[in-house]
Design a protein around this ligand. Structure first.
Ligand SMILES: CC(=O)N[C@H]1[C@@H](OP(=O)(O)O)O[C@H](CO)[C@@H](O)[C@@H]1O
Ligand SMILES: [Mg+2]
Length: 524
């Protein structure tokens, strides 16, 4: 076939370095940008085939999110704006790792296995982040799409959630909004204005919300290195503000990550102590707000919060015991949280690192809509229904979105008349620490129970259990990262002795799971 000849010709311009093997990680391929040109071309091919299979537009986002500037990566977006389905991750890995001369065979295998009708049209939306490597890598994706005769639309510089939104809008014939960057801003900013129109906010999303919300923007990408000593991941893991930013005591701040799908809030108090309000605190604020509104509206809808093992124990305890909200724990990676959240009428999901959103079932949206339009209900129920309707509109349900999450949090704080300090005191985080350990092959660690227990290597879980016993209110677990070549260690305890526990568990990993380099050193 003509298109296959084109592939052979074009793929030679995007050759695979011999011997390089990459795995589809927590959210796509991610590594040093120099190793990714062939991956991008091949993901262009795969997205085109996926588009033919689903008879819908597929998204390809070129970004390495919170990773260092020199890395890059790719995320695939399925028709409703969700992450690509897991069976296709396997196809992605096969295609990514096929030797140059076997590429056509690997592609034909996928086409055959998925019974793809190659005469079907294909459409692919492409976006990229601000990394210097992103321009040429997104061109490689576009080359892959055109090699198979697919149509593409290049959105250029967008956030990951914006690309998810575009794909969803396109495939729902505009029901979710208009598939343009302007349409995105208009939708979410208008929703914010509606949601907060009855509260006085002294407190803009850039040009769209000049009057409604005053924002001072730092690290806008015009200078400096992306994510370097700043960004949501830095603030969360280091438990400190971004370097070089002047923060006045009590001032409400938030940080996004490199592709703006994560957000964390923070402030420093008058003593200079740093306070972090992470994904768990956001899930708590949002679920409390929604539960109250559902009660006021008299709507019997099932609400749940979905977390991962990284959720602070205090947040889970507060949600289950004080708020009486159902909490579910899944493996790390938003694709896992997203799927569990879909099982509920209202599913609030957040990773502790600030990646999350809220999903409303179709039935829940309809009930809220009906109530908001019902002329026979009392004022309290009506008001709650209207607030719920406007809340739905401010949320990007396709994926966690730092911009939309920020608008939601700002609206809730304004409506409740709450300061960041008051929000912070809803519950107190257990002191906690996250560390990384380098090992020869992180795949030696296999986990179970939503990654909370290690099954291999032998003796590791036992060692962790024995260490945890020495501390009060303690919990620790280890898992191989899906985005970096490291093993992650998490520990929490009733005091900052969580640092010592995290260090001891790191040593156990180093000794039992083939640590490389120097032994992990204590933190203090
Ligand atoms: C502890 C942690 O924050 N892990 C992050 C990180 O995954 P790892 O598999 O842990 O490297 O990146 C993922 C993609 O952004 C994100 O979903 C996840 O929560
Ligand atoms: Mg990100």
């Amino acid at each position: 076939m003509a298109e296959f000849q084109e592939i052979s010709k074009l793929s030679a311009l995007h050759p695979k370095p011999a011997g390089l093997v990459l795995q589809y990680g927590t959210s796509g391929f991610r590594t040093n940008a120099k190793q990714l040109d062939h991956i991008m071309f091949r993901m262009g091919l795969l997205a085109t085939v996926r588009s033919k299979k689903t008879k819908a537009t597929i998204g390809v986002m070129v970004t390495a999110s919170h990773n260092p500037e020199e890395d890059n990566g790719v995320k695939l977006v399925d028709p409703m704006g969700e992450m690509v389905t897991q069976d296709w991750e396997e196809h992605a890995t096969q295609l990514a790792n096929a030797d140059q001369e076997d590429l056509l065979t690997a592609l034909k295998n996928i086409i055959e296995k998925e019974a793809i009708n190659m005469s079907q049209e294909a459409n692919v939306f492409v976006g990229k982040d601000t990394r210097s490597s992103s321009a040429s890598l997104s061109q490689a994706v576009l080359d892959g799409v055109s090699a198979l005769g697919g149509h593409s639309k290049d959105y250029g510089l967008v956030t990951t959630p914006q690309l998810h939104y575009m794909v969803c809008c396109q495939n729902t014939q505009g029901k979710y909004g208009e598939a343009t960057v302007e349409g995105y801003y208009t939708k979410f900013c208008q929703a914010f204005i509606q949601l907060t129109k009855n509260v006085r906010i002294t407190l803009c999303l850039f040009v769209h919300l000049k009057k409604e919300l005053q924002i001072s923007l730092n690290n806008d990408g015009s200078k400096g290195r992306l994510n370097h000593q700043c960004g949501a991941d830095y603030v969360k893991v280091q438990q400190k503000p971004p370097t070089g930013i002047k923060i006045n005591p009590g001032e409400r701040c938030c940080s996004f990550d490199g592709d703006a799908d994560r957000i964390v809030y923070y402030y420093t108090d008058s003593e200079g102590t740093f306070h972090l309000l992470d994904g768990d605190k956001m899930a708590t604020l949002i679920s409390t707000f929604l539960k109250e509104l559902l009660t006021q509206a008299g709507l019997d809808l099932k609400i749940a919060v979905v977390q991962t093992a990284y959720a602070n124990g205090s947040s889970t305890h507060y949600l289950e015991n004080t708020m009486k909200v159902l909490v579910r724990c899944t493996k790390t990676g938003v694709k896992h949280l997203h799927h569990v959240a879909q099982e509920f009428d209202v599913g609030v999901y957040f990773e502790a690192n600030g990646h999350g959103t809220v999903l409303f079932s179709k039935a829940a949206e309809e009930k809220i809509q009906q109530l908001a339009e019902d002329t026979n209900v009392n004022d309290e129920r009506k008001k709650a229904a209207l607030l719920l309707r406007n809340t739905i509109n401010v949320i990007n349900q396709t994926v966690g979105d730092a911009i939309s999450d920020m608008l939601l949090i700002e609206a809730i704080l304004a409506i409740k008349g709450m300061t960041i300090q008051q929000w912070d005191t809803i519950y107190t985080d257990l002191p906690n620490r996250q560390l990384k350990v380098k090992v020869a092959d992180r795949r030696v660690i296999d986990t179970t129970d939503a990654e909370r227990r290690a099954v291999t290597p032998a003796g590791l879980q036992e060692a962790i259990d024995n260490l945890v016993k020495k501390y009060r209110q303690a919990r620790s677990f280890v898992r191989p990262s899906g985005t970096e070549d490291v093993v992650r260690v998490y520990a929490e305890a009733d005091t900052q002795s969580a640092d010592a526990l995290a260090h001891e568990v790191s040593l156990a990993v180093y000794r039992l799971a083939g640590g490389v380099g120097d032994e992990p050193k204590p933190l203090h």
